[in-house]
Design a protein around this ligand. Structure first.
Ligand SMILES: C[S@@+](CC[C@H](N)C(=O)[O-])C[C@H]1O[C@@H](n2cnc3c(N)ncnc32)[C@H](O)[C@@H]1O
Length: 261
Protein backbone atom coordinates (compact mmCIF):
# COMPACT_ATOMS: atom_id res chain seq x y z
CA UNK A 1 0.00 0.00 0.00
CA UNK A 2 1.39 3.43 -0.93
CA UNK A 3 1.86 6.20 1.63
CA UNK A 4 -1.20 8.23 0.52
CA UNK A 5 -3.47 5.21 0.87
CA UNK A 6 -1.98 4.46 4.30
CA UNK A 7 -2.81 8.02 5.44
CA UNK A 8 -6.40 7.62 4.24
CA UNK A 9 -6.71 4.20 5.85
CA UNK A 10 -5.86 5.68 9.26
CA UNK A 11 -8.57 8.32 8.81
CA UNK A 12 -11.19 5.73 7.85
CA UNK A 13 -10.21 3.43 10.73
CA UNK A 14 -10.82 6.33 13.10
CA UNK A 15 -14.00 7.59 11.43
CA UNK A 16 -15.78 4.27 10.95
CA UNK A 17 -16.74 3.48 14.58
CA UNK A 18 -17.89 7.10 14.91
CA UNK A 19 -20.00 6.72 11.76
CA UNK A 20 -21.47 3.47 13.03
CA UNK A 21 -22.83 5.24 16.10
CA UNK A 22 -23.94 8.40 14.24
CA UNK A 23 -27.50 9.49 13.56
CA UNK A 24 -26.49 9.97 9.92
CA UNK A 25 -26.01 6.23 9.44
CA UNK A 26 -28.77 5.22 11.92
CA UNK A 27 -27.68 1.62 12.44
CA UNK A 28 -30.67 1.09 14.74
CA UNK A 29 -33.11 1.62 11.85
CA UNK A 30 -31.12 -0.84 9.75
CA UNK A 31 -31.24 -3.44 12.52
CA UNK A 32 -35.00 -2.91 12.62
CA UNK A 33 -35.25 -3.77 8.93
CA UNK A 34 -34.72 -0.49 7.03
CA UNK A 35 -32.92 -0.83 3.68
CA UNK A 36 -30.03 1.59 3.27
CA UNK A 37 -30.30 1.72 -0.51
CA UNK A 38 -31.78 4.67 -2.33
CA UNK A 39 -34.49 4.33 -4.98
CA UNK A 40 -32.01 5.63 -7.56
CA UNK A 41 -29.43 2.87 -7.24
CA UNK A 42 -32.12 0.18 -6.84
CA UNK A 43 -33.68 1.27 -10.12
CA UNK A 44 -30.44 1.85 -12.02
CA UNK A 45 -28.62 -1.33 -10.94
CA UNK A 46 -31.65 -3.45 -11.84
CA UNK A 47 -32.56 -6.92 -10.62
CA UNK A 48 -30.01 -8.42 -8.23
CA UNK A 49 -31.80 -11.52 -6.94
CA UNK A 50 -29.64 -14.61 -7.35
CA UNK A 51 -26.72 -12.56 -8.69
CA UNK A 52 -23.22 -12.30 -7.25
CA UNK A 53 -22.68 -8.67 -6.31
CA UNK A 54 -19.33 -7.18 -5.32
CA UNK A 55 -19.53 -3.93 -3.35
CA UNK A 56 -16.19 -2.11 -3.53
CA UNK A 57 -15.34 0.42 -0.77
CA UNK A 58 -18.36 -0.83 1.17
CA UNK A 59 -17.74 1.11 4.41
CA UNK A 60 -19.28 -0.88 7.29
CA UNK A 61 -21.54 -2.87 5.05
CA UNK A 62 -25.09 -1.61 5.51
CA UNK A 63 -25.61 -1.03 1.77
CA UNK A 64 -23.94 -4.37 1.03
CA UNK A 65 -26.25 -6.18 3.44
CA UNK A 66 -29.23 -4.29 2.01
CA UNK A 67 -28.37 -5.73 -1.42
CA UNK A 68 -28.17 -9.18 0.18
CA UNK A 69 -31.63 -8.63 1.63
CA UNK A 70 -32.84 -8.03 -1.94
CA UNK A 71 -31.58 -11.49 -2.87
CA UNK A 72 -27.99 -10.89 -4.05
CA UNK A 73 -25.03 -13.04 -2.96
CA UNK A 74 -22.80 -10.27 -1.69
CA UNK A 75 -19.12 -9.60 -1.10
CA UNK A 76 -17.99 -6.29 0.39
CA UNK A 77 -14.45 -4.92 0.16
CA UNK A 78 -12.99 -2.10 2.23
CA UNK A 79 -9.46 -1.27 3.37
CA UNK A 80 -10.57 -0.32 6.89
CA UNK A 81 -10.33 -3.25 9.28
CA UNK A 82 -12.68 -1.32 11.59
CA UNK A 83 -15.26 -1.15 8.79
CA UNK A 84 -14.93 -4.83 7.92
CA UNK A 85 -15.18 -5.81 11.61
CA UNK A 86 -18.42 -3.85 12.06
CA UNK A 87 -19.81 -5.15 8.74
CA UNK A 88 -19.28 -8.75 9.87
CA UNK A 89 -20.95 -8.07 13.23
CA UNK A 90 -23.95 -6.44 11.50
CA UNK A 91 -24.27 -9.41 9.12
CA UNK A 92 -24.53 -11.71 12.14
CA UNK A 93 -26.98 -9.42 13.90
CA UNK A 94 -29.35 -9.30 10.92
CA UNK A 95 -28.62 -12.95 10.08
CA UNK A 96 -27.72 -12.13 6.50
CA UNK A 97 -25.14 -14.11 4.56
CA UNK A 98 -22.28 -11.96 3.25
CA UNK A 99 -18.54 -12.15 2.72
CA UNK A 100 -16.42 -9.15 3.76
CA UNK A 101 -12.81 -8.75 2.67
CA UNK A 102 -10.32 -6.23 4.07
CA UNK A 103 -7.98 -4.88 1.37
CA UNK A 104 -7.12 -1.88 -0.77
CA UNK A 105 -9.62 -1.64 -3.62
CA UNK A 106 -6.77 -1.81 -6.16
CA UNK A 107 -5.71 -5.18 -4.71
CA UNK A 108 -9.22 -6.66 -4.63
CA UNK A 109 -8.61 -8.88 -7.68
CA UNK A 110 -5.65 -10.50 -5.87
CA UNK A 111 -7.82 -11.27 -2.83
CA UNK A 112 -10.86 -12.61 -4.67
CA UNK A 113 -10.58 -15.66 -6.92
CA UNK A 114 -14.01 -15.26 -8.52
CA UNK A 115 -15.75 -12.91 -10.92
CA UNK A 116 -19.08 -11.22 -10.27
CA UNK A 117 -22.35 -10.45 -12.06
CA UNK A 118 -22.37 -6.93 -10.62
CA UNK A 119 -19.64 -4.59 -9.37
CA UNK A 120 -21.19 -1.77 -7.36
CA UNK A 121 -19.67 1.37 -5.79
CA UNK A 122 -21.44 4.35 -4.34
CA UNK A 123 -21.36 7.72 -2.62
CA UNK A 124 -17.99 9.12 -1.68
CA UNK A 125 -15.63 6.74 -3.43
CA UNK A 126 -13.84 8.16 -6.49
CA UNK A 127 -12.05 10.89 -4.53
CA UNK A 128 -9.95 8.20 -2.76
CA UNK A 129 -8.60 6.71 -6.01
CA UNK A 130 -5.27 7.95 -7.32
CA UNK A 131 -4.67 5.60 -10.26
CA UNK A 132 -7.83 5.65 -12.36
CA UNK A 133 -6.74 3.13 -14.99
CA UNK A 134 -5.62 0.62 -12.32
CA UNK A 135 -9.01 1.12 -10.65
CA UNK A 136 -10.97 0.58 -13.91
CA UNK A 137 -8.86 -2.52 -14.75
CA UNK A 138 -9.59 -3.94 -11.30
CA UNK A 139 -13.34 -3.41 -11.75
CA UNK A 140 -13.24 -5.07 -15.19
CA UNK A 141 -11.15 -8.02 -13.96
CA UNK A 142 -13.66 -8.68 -11.20
CA UNK A 143 -16.63 -8.75 -13.59
CA UNK A 144 -17.59 -11.79 -15.61
CA UNK A 145 -18.22 -11.11 -19.33
CA UNK A 146 -21.70 -9.56 -19.55
CA UNK A 147 -21.49 -8.46 -15.90
CA UNK A 148 -22.76 -5.01 -14.88
CA UNK A 149 -20.59 -2.21 -13.52
CA UNK A 150 -22.44 0.52 -11.58
CA UNK A 151 -21.11 3.64 -9.86
CA UNK A 152 -23.10 6.40 -8.13
CA UNK A 153 -20.99 9.20 -6.72
CA UNK A 154 -20.75 12.89 -5.94
CA UNK A 155 -20.11 14.90 -9.05
CA UNK A 156 -16.47 15.99 -9.42
CA UNK A 157 -17.66 19.50 -10.26
CA UNK A 158 -19.63 19.66 -6.99
CA UNK A 159 -16.49 18.51 -5.16
CA UNK A 160 -14.59 21.43 -6.68
CA UNK A 161 -16.91 24.24 -5.58
CA UNK A 162 -18.06 25.60 -2.25
CA UNK A 163 -21.32 27.40 -1.75
CA UNK A 164 -20.73 30.68 0.09
CA UNK A 165 -22.97 33.63 0.90
CA UNK A 166 -21.41 35.42 -2.06
CA UNK A 167 -22.14 32.55 -4.46
CA UNK A 168 -20.08 29.64 -5.72
CA UNK A 169 -16.31 29.57 -5.15
CA UNK A 170 -13.91 27.14 -6.79
CA UNK A 171 -11.66 25.56 -4.16
CA UNK A 172 -9.82 23.03 -6.31
CA UNK A 173 -9.30 22.32 -9.96
CA UNK A 174 -11.89 20.22 -11.79
CA UNK A 175 -9.02 18.46 -13.54
CA UNK A 176 -6.88 15.58 -12.28
CA UNK A 177 -3.46 16.03 -10.83
CA UNK A 178 -1.40 13.06 -9.59
CA UNK A 179 -0.46 15.17 -6.57
CA UNK A 180 -3.29 14.75 -4.09
CA UNK A 181 -5.22 17.56 -2.50
CA UNK A 182 -4.21 17.34 1.16
CA UNK A 183 -7.22 18.00 3.36
CA UNK A 184 -6.65 18.67 7.08
CA UNK A 185 -9.91 18.72 8.97
CA UNK A 186 -11.82 17.41 11.94
CA UNK A 187 -15.19 15.75 11.53
CA UNK A 188 -16.86 14.26 8.46
CA UNK A 189 -20.17 14.48 6.63
CA UNK A 190 -21.63 12.04 9.20
CA UNK A 191 -19.96 13.36 12.36
CA UNK A 192 -19.24 17.03 11.66
CA UNK A 193 -18.32 17.82 15.28
CA UNK A 194 -15.89 14.95 15.87
CA UNK A 195 -12.36 15.91 16.87
CA UNK A 196 -9.99 13.52 15.14
CA UNK A 197 -6.49 12.29 15.87
CA UNK A 198 -6.02 11.60 12.15
CA UNK A 199 -7.04 14.87 10.56
CA UNK A 200 -5.21 14.57 7.28
CA UNK A 201 -6.54 12.88 4.18
CA UNK A 202 -5.47 12.76 0.52
CA UNK A 203 -7.98 13.23 -2.27
CA UNK A 204 -8.01 13.29 -6.05
CA UNK A 205 -10.44 14.71 -8.57
CA UNK A 206 -11.36 12.69 -11.64
CA UNK A 207 -13.43 14.34 -14.33
CA UNK A 208 -16.45 12.50 -15.70
CA UNK A 209 -14.61 12.22 -19.01
CA UNK A 210 -11.62 10.56 -17.32
CA UNK A 211 -13.82 8.10 -15.41
CA UNK A 212 -15.83 7.03 -18.45
CA UNK A 213 -12.74 6.81 -20.66
CA UNK A 214 -10.90 4.64 -18.09
CA UNK A 215 -13.89 2.27 -17.94
CA UNK A 216 -14.12 2.02 -21.74
CA UNK A 217 -10.38 1.36 -22.00
CA UNK A 218 -10.72 -1.40 -19.39
CA UNK A 219 -13.33 -3.15 -21.56
CA UNK A 220 -16.58 -1.86 -20.08
CA UNK A 221 -19.23 -0.74 -22.58
CA UNK A 222 -21.11 2.24 -21.18
CA UNK A 223 -24.94 1.98 -20.98
CA UNK A 224 -25.45 5.44 -19.53
CA UNK A 225 -23.89 8.38 -17.76
CA UNK A 226 -26.43 10.40 -15.76
CA UNK A 227 -25.97 13.69 -13.94
CA UNK A 228 -28.34 14.81 -11.19
CA UNK A 229 -29.11 17.75 -9.00
CA UNK A 230 -28.96 16.24 -5.49
CA UNK A 231 -31.71 14.19 -4.03
CA UNK A 232 -32.17 15.09 -0.37
CA UNK A 233 -31.49 11.50 0.60
CA UNK A 234 -27.90 11.88 -0.57
CA UNK A 235 -27.22 14.94 1.56
CA UNK A 236 -25.39 16.78 -1.17
CA UNK A 237 -26.49 20.39 -1.59
CA UNK A 238 -27.11 21.41 -5.19
CA UNK A 239 -24.38 23.82 -6.25
CA UNK A 240 -26.26 26.77 -7.67
CA UNK A 241 -25.90 30.39 -8.57
CA UNK A 242 -28.83 32.51 -7.47
CA UNK A 243 -28.84 35.80 -9.36
CA UNK A 244 -32.01 37.03 -7.71
CA UNK A 245 -34.01 36.81 -10.94
CA UNK A 246 -32.79 33.35 -11.99
CA UNK A 247 -31.27 30.25 -10.43
CA UNK A 248 -28.69 28.15 -12.23
CA UNK A 249 -28.00 24.63 -10.97
CA UNK A 250 -24.89 22.53 -11.37
CA UNK A 251 -24.87 18.73 -11.10
CA UNK A 252 -24.35 17.32 -7.60
CA UNK A 253 -24.21 13.61 -8.38
CA UNK A 254 -23.62 11.28 -11.30
CA UNK A 255 -24.13 7.64 -12.07
CA UNK A 256 -22.56 5.44 -14.70
CA UNK A 257 -23.48 1.93 -15.69
CA UNK A 258 -21.78 -0.36 -18.15
CA UNK A 259 -21.35 -3.96 -19.20
CA UNK A 260 -18.10 -5.96 -19.30
CA UNK A 261 -17.43 -6.96 -22.90
C1 LIG B 1 -17.50 7.70 2.05
S1 LIG B 1 -17.24 6.03 2.44
C2 LIG B 1 -18.39 5.24 1.40
C3 LIG B 1 -19.70 5.43 1.96
C4 LIG B 1 -20.66 4.32 1.63
N1 LIG B 1 -21.04 4.38 0.25
C5 LIG B 1 -21.82 4.51 2.54
O1 LIG B 1 -22.71 5.32 2.24
O2 LIG B 1 -21.81 3.87 3.59
C6 LIG B 1 -15.73 5.63 1.65
C7 LIG B 1 -15.26 4.22 1.99
O3 LIG B 1 -14.17 3.93 1.12
C8 LIG B 1 -13.20 3.22 1.85
N2 LIG B 1 -11.92 3.39 1.14
C9 LIG B 1 -11.26 4.56 0.88
N3 LIG B 1 -10.13 4.31 0.16
C10 LIG B 1 -10.09 2.97 -0.03
C11 LIG B 1 -9.19 2.10 -0.69
N4 LIG B 1 -8.08 2.58 -1.30
N5 LIG B 1 -9.46 0.78 -0.72
C12 LIG B 1 -10.56 0.28 -0.09
N6 LIG B 1 -11.46 1.05 0.57
C13 LIG B 1 -11.24 2.38 0.59
C14 LIG B 1 -13.24 3.83 3.25
O4 LIG B 1 -12.70 2.97 4.22
C15 LIG B 1 -14.74 4.06 3.41
O5 LIG B 1 -15.33 2.95 4.02
Amino acid sequence: MDSHTAVNQRVWDELTPLHASSSHYDVKAFLQGESKLGDLEIEEVGEVAGKRLLHLMCHFGMDTLSWAQRGAQVTGVDFSSEAIGIARQLAEQVQTKAQFVCCDVLQAADYLDETFDIVFKSKGVMMWIQDLSAWADTCARLLKPGGVFYLLDYHPLANSVTQTEDGLKLHRSYFYSPEPTVVVADGSYAVPDAVLENKESREWTHTLGDIVTALIQAGIEIDFLHEFPAAEAYLMPIPQLDTGSARYDLPAMFSVRGVRR
